[in-house]
Write a protein that binds this ligand. Structure first.
Ligand code: ZN
Length: 412
């Protein structure tokens, strides 16, 4: 009995020490200040450009490093079957040493090299038609999906992106597919045997089909609508929006009007709240209890600086709205993930789903083939955020929630 009591009291002391240590690590005021400064920097477009350029500079410097990593990758693969046991032992050792976490390690960190502070591309599509760079043909869209599938990209929902709830297999890279303008070639319903189903040849029907035929490739996408011509076809607007929401898609706000003279930068505070509020209420009325908190700026155009807070929070007809994420138009980058300190939630870049110009999707596909270390690579554990120790100062620890942060180093 006495022995048991001694053990319990020892455990209590150890737990207290551990909790104090965690509190000390996670509660540095410096982080908060840096986040604020970063957000301020990024609220001006010019500063964003600066970062783009900075990123390109990094690209050059990292070129060699990536090449070395690739070569190492190949060597590792060759030796893998022989050294498997040895690797596992090494792995366990590193884990304990780095973080004192006595957790079971599910993956080989040196082989998979998870990087959950790496880039997550957000793709901007519109409809299915032969009209690049904003629209794609069915053939091209299938080629896009095939490339993503073969090259380790896995679609995630906007919900999971916002909530940092990225649940994909270890070694894979999340990608976010978005579709603007509520076009009937993106999604529309037809009646079939008394049921409403997606029309053949629409982007969503193609994605549904592709997902069923490709294991692990989820049918996830976010669709942004205006207040009119919302996925014209069979069914009511409510039925169309709820079909999407009930089948795991995100429906977001593209503001009420798509006219050029109604861009957000040209509107007063009252008009901005009206343009956002109208669509906000269309979605909320169609699917009660559904959280709509992402928005795509028409023409990628934001309100003037003094009124930008109205995107995040506002009120129309006595109904409040709140937006966590607002999306730009492509071509742009870099695709910092929401957990990155420099992530600007109200000006998230997107790449056009196109094969055309610099910084369009296929340009970035090529870029990440050359610089794989820039990509987000999943550790396969939704409750853990694995990043390189050298990137520790880049993560926004306030947004970690109850997820475990795991730091590691790639061994030479
Ligand atoms: Zn649009």
């Amino acid at each position: 009995m006495t022995e048991l009591k001694q053990i319990i009291s020892k455990m209590k002391v150890l737990t207290t020490i551990l909790l104090l240590a965690i509190a000390l690590i996670s509660c540095t005021g410096k982080d908060n200040t840096e986040v604020k400064n970063n957000n301020e920097n990024h609220s001006v477009d010019r500063d964003n450009e600066k970062e783009d350029i900075k990123d390109k500079d990094q690209v050059d410097t990292n070129d060699k490093e990536d090449k070395n990593n690739n070569e190492k990758d190949n060597n590792e693969k060759d030796n893998n079957s022989i050294n498997n046991e040895e690797d596992n032992e090494k792995q366990e050792h590193t884990t304990k040493e780095n973080n004192n976490i006595d957790d079971k390690v599910e993956i080989d960190y040196q082989k998979i090299k998870p990087n959950e502070l790496g880039h997550i591309m957000v793709i901007m599509y519109h409809g299915i038609s032969d009209n690049p760079p904003y629209h794609v043909t069915e053939k091209q869209f299938l080629e896009d999906l095939e490339y993503m599938y073969e090259n380790g990209y896995r679609p995630i929902s906007m919900r999971d992106y916002i909530d940092n709830n990225i649940n994909i297999e270890a070694g894979y890279t999340p990608i976010l597919l978005t579709f603007d303008d509520g076009l009937s070639s993106t999604f529309s319903l037809v009646e079939q045997d008394g049921k409403l189903v997606p029309k053949t040849g629409t982007a969503i029907e193609i994605l549904e089909r592709f997902s069923k035929e490709h294991d692990g490739f989820d049918n996830k996408a976010a669709l942004y609508i205006n207040a009119y011509s919302i996925f014209d076809g069979a069914g009511t607007v409510e039925e169309r929006i709820s079909w999407l929401a009930n089948n795991g898609y995100d429906v977001g706000n593209h503001t009420s009007s798509h006219a050029e003279n109604q861009m957000l930068s040209r509107l007063s505070s009252r008009q901005i709240m009206e343009h956002i509020g109208i669509v906000d209420q269309i979605i909320k009325n169609a699917v009660p209890n559904y959280t709509v908190d992402s928005l795509a700026y028409t023409f990628g155009n934001r309100p003037v600086k003094a009124l930008r807070n109205l995107v995040e929070d506002g009120k129309y007809n006595d109904v409040s709205y709140h937006y966590e994420v607002a999306l730009k138009e492509g071509p742009s980058g870099p695709y910092l993930p929401p957990l990155h300190k420099s992530f600007n939630n109200l000006n998230v870049p997107r790449a056009r789903g196109s094969k055309g110009d610099i910084q369009d999707m296929w340009w970035f596909f090529d870029f990440y083939e050359k610089h794989p270390s820039k990509k987000y690579i999943s550790d396969g554990n939704v409750n853990r955020v694995s990043i390189l120790k050298k990137d520790e100062d880049k993560i926004n620890k306030d947004k970690l929630g109850d997820k475990e942060l795991y730091l590691y180093e790639i061994e030479e």
